[in-house]
Design a protein. Structure first.
Length: 243
């Protein structure tokens, strides 16, 4: 029996939080938005596409037992945490914070003029109550070569930031117009179009802000739009979250 499924989530169908300083679209239940049928996919519990106004941001707040990966699309965001880590994250710089046994942090837009757009993603760690940690790594030179680049990995990929989850890898592709990549076979995969658009085999046209959730899927191709290209994020996961 073929149990492979693919579910498309269009940008306009995602939960939205809109305030005077923030416009955020959530792939899953988040904050005041809750649906018992939309809590996660595989190990991915949060995938938020945030537009943060100049001079604003998320003030200091706590997290625990979560691997949090931030990928900036436009502008910059300044990170500070209770472990003494700080840094400015910009496009091409991968960032991971392991909340572990507990951490406080802030994410603020340091610009007085330019908004920042980012995608923040949370996956469960494979071991609870680890020591909190932080890592950032510029992968821009790898992105220029095209194809998939490992952004965050629990499987020891060279050139990727490390996450404490052995069953998950996050890939990014900054694809040129008409470029084709293969979405690998996986128990669970979450494919997100951060920019541009393209054709996903078996699903058709997917545009900026759309996501595809694949379960027990065979490998399939994605071809970026011939004019705009595409920037895409893919979580490849071999386990799922269970309550």
């Amino acid at each position: 029996m073929n149990t492979s499924t693919i579910q498309l989530q269009r940008s306009n169908d995602r939960f939205q939080t809109k305030m005077d300083w923030l416009n955020s679209r959530h792939s899953f239940s988040f904050a005041d938005h809750y649906s018992p049928t939309n809590t996660h996919h595989g190990l991915l519990l949060v995938s938020n596409d945030d537009l943060i106004k100049a001079g604003t941001g998320f003030s200091t707040h706590p997290h625990r037992d979560m691997e949090i990966v931030t990928w900036v699309l436009d502008g910059e965001i300044q990170h500070k945490d209770s472990q003494g880590n700080s840094g400015v994250i910009y496009p091409g710089l991968a960032q991971r914070m392991s909340a572990g046994s507990g951490i406080w942090h802030s994410e603020m837009n340091p610009s007085s003029q330019k908004d920042v757009r980012l995608v923040q993603m949370w996956v469960l760690p494979d071991t609870p109550k680890i020591d909190p940690g932080y890592q950032q790594l510029d992968i821009s030179q790898h992105l220029e070569k095209g194809g998939w680049v490992p952004l965050a990995s629990g499987r020891g990929h060279d050139g990727a930031i490390a996450i404490r989850q052995k069953d998950a890898t996050l890939w990014v592709g900054r694809l040129k117009p008409g470029e084709t990549v293969t979405v690998p076979a996986a128990r669970f995969a979450h494919f997100y179009v951060a920019r541009g658009s393209g054709q996903l085999e078996g699903a058709g046209q997917i545009n900026e802000g759309d996501a595809a959730r694949l379960t027990e899927s065979d490998a399939r191709s994605f071809t970026a739009d011939g004019k705009t290209g595409a920037e895409v994020l893919l979580w490849e996961m071999n386990a799922t979250f269970r309550y």
